[in-house]
Design a protein around this ligand. Structure first.
Ligand SMILES: Cc1cc2nc3c(=O)[nH]c(=O)nc-3n(C[C@H](O)[C@H](O)[C@H](O)COP(=O)(O)O)c2cc1C
Length: 325
């Protein structure tokens, strides 16, 4: 399939693996890129810029296909060393950066100067337009269904994607709730030129996470995610577990007086415990409603090949069939 996104990113299939904390290691990114999509290393999972440089080098040893790096701008007091991470990205010869959180205006000039394509992931049309205005090459439009941070507008992709198409000139990738060939065709019908998957890629053979995480995704249904941290206007969609239900109870009891410190036990330092140690009740971890569409644990190549074959079958058989009289 050829779209403005496949051309821009230099990939065979219009499928991107979104940055994921403690999932987006070299193994994950290389597996997706080797399968013809775009694999993305998550910068902030690497403790220092030197660690990121090392992770990029490890990934380069595993694939000669294009890879990307996710740079998430957090609303934190102790800001990570973003200039250092950017240096590691440039030094590693990475040609695509997925930015998220705040808009990437602070790093855009230097990335563009080095010929790096910037895809900004955002959850609102107004943020997508801002990204276009400041010079991003593309956007990933992340609907309310998504795992992670869906923003505060709660607009699902059936509305968000065609709204993005109506407003944007730059190409965009559909993100949130994407799992299979049906997702890809639907996203493209709604105006996208590729799709981004997070949760679905965690349930693959190569995803460098504990087997318990993969099994939890296969077992989960579309009813099993919860929105946490809404009172802090930092909403995150996570898979439910006893820690998440405890967190929600605190939110209910404390109401508008809730502070981050009140829920620190359920959210801080949770990712290594879940993703590496497989302690599934350790706290809140991002997961999309798409868990309800995950039934197996294929390799990334099996998953991507299956998506592309299914998409082609839908376009040429199922949809074309409707036009035959
Ligand atoms: C476990 C997990 C961790 C994530 N961490 C990040 C992150 O650090 N930065 C980021 O920009 N997005 C992060 N995301 C969001 C994904 O990149 C992607 O936008 C999202 O998963 C798409 O929705 P889906 O899960 O329905 O496919 C994360 C998602 C998951 C499931």
């Amino acid at each position: 399939m050829k779209t403005r996104i496949t051309e821009m990113l230099g990939i065979q299939h219009p499928i991107v693996q979104g940055g994921m904390h403690f999932v987006g290691f070299a193994e994950m990114a290389a597996a997706v890129s080797n399968a013809g999509g775009l694999g993305i290393i998550t910068a902030l999972t690497q403790r220092t810029p030197a660690d990121l440089a090392n992770e990029i080098a490890r990934c380069r040893d595993m694939t000669n296909k294009p890879i990307g790096v996710n740079l998430t701008f957090l609303p934190s007091v102790n800001q990570p060393d973003y200039p250092g991470y950017v240096k590691a990205i440039i030094g590693g010869g990475v040609k695509v950066v997925e930015t998220a959180g705040n808009n990437p205006v602070q790093v855009l000039p230097i990335l563009k100067e080095h010929g790096i394509k910037v895809v900004h992931k955002c959850t609102a049309v107004r943020h997508a337009l801002k990204a276009q205005k400041i010079g991003c090459d593309a956007v990933s439009v992340d609907g309310f269904e998504c795992g992670g941070h869906p923003g505060e507008d709660d607009i699902p992709n059936f509305i968000l994607l065609p709204r993005a198409m109506d407003e944007l000139d730059i190409p965009f990738i559909a993100s949130g709730g994407m799992a299979d060939g049906r997702s890809l065709v639907a996203a493209m019908a709604l105006g996208a030129e590729g799709m981004n998957m997070g949760t679905r890629f965690i349930a693959t053979k190569e995803a460098p996470v504990h087997e318990n995480v993969k099994q939890a995704l296969v077992a989960a249904s579309e009813l099993d995610t919860r929105l946490v941290m809404r009172p802090l206007r930092n909403t995150e969609r996570v898979l439910t577990n006893p820690a998440v239900e405890r967190l929600l109870q605190k939110e209910k009891e404390l109401g508008s007086t809730l502070k981050f410190e009140d829920i620190i036990e359920e959210v801080a330092g949770v990712y290594p415990k879940i993703m590496i140690d497989g302690q599934m009740d350790a706290g809140a971890w991002s997961c999309g409603m798409v868990a309800g569409l995950i039934y197996d644990i294929p390799t990334c190549k099996e998953l991507i090949d299956r998506i592309m074959a299914e998409a082609e079958e839908i376009i040429t058989q199922r949809l074309a069939g409707f036009l035959k009289h």
